[in-house]
Design a protein around this ligand. Structure first.
Ligand SMILES: [Zn+2]
Ligand SMILES: [Zn+2]
Length: 136
């Protein structure tokens, strides 16, 4: 498998553009209620990246931070609402990227589901990936 280590992404309105010079970690489908609400979807698709690898190249002033829990900040575009990253107090050197905002193709696929006990009652998980009640 080819190792691509340069990625670009943007929000829906294009006001925020970012670049990642480094690896994108394991892709996780998060079914927690906060991700559902933040995205308006059944689950969020997130992957860890190193803070040091992440650079906002346009629209940094649009990146609004919402304190979602005592330990989690969710960062999104103030103009269009696209979720971009979340930051946890315990791991400030790692950002969790909302990979739906990537413009560069990604060559790996999701590895597991988390917070499955919080999934919406109308959702059916349709793949055979491991499902965890919380974080494994
Ligand atoms: Zn935007
Ligand atoms: Zn979540």
């Amino acid at each position: 498998m080819s190792k691509q280590n340069q990625y670009a992404g943007s929000c829906l309105c294009g006001g925020i553009r970012y670049e990642i010079q480094g690896e994108i970690g394991e892709i996780v489908q998060c079914h927690c209620q906060r991700c559902r609400k933040a995205n308006g979807t059944a689950y969020a698709t997130n992957a860890p990246i190193r803070k040091a690898d992440f650079k906002i190249v346009d629209g940094e002033h649009l990146l609004k931070k919402f304190q979602s829990t005592e330990t989690t900040q969710r960062c999104f575009c103030a103009d269009c609402g696209s979720p971009i990253i979340s930051i946890k107090t315990e791991t400030p050197e790692v950002y969790r990227l909302r990979i739906g905002t990537l413009d560069t193709p990604l060559n790996h696929t999701p590895t597991h589901h988390i917070f499955c006990t919080s999934k919406a009652e109308w959702e059916t998980i349709g793949d055979a990936l491991p499902q965890y009640d919380e974080r494994p």
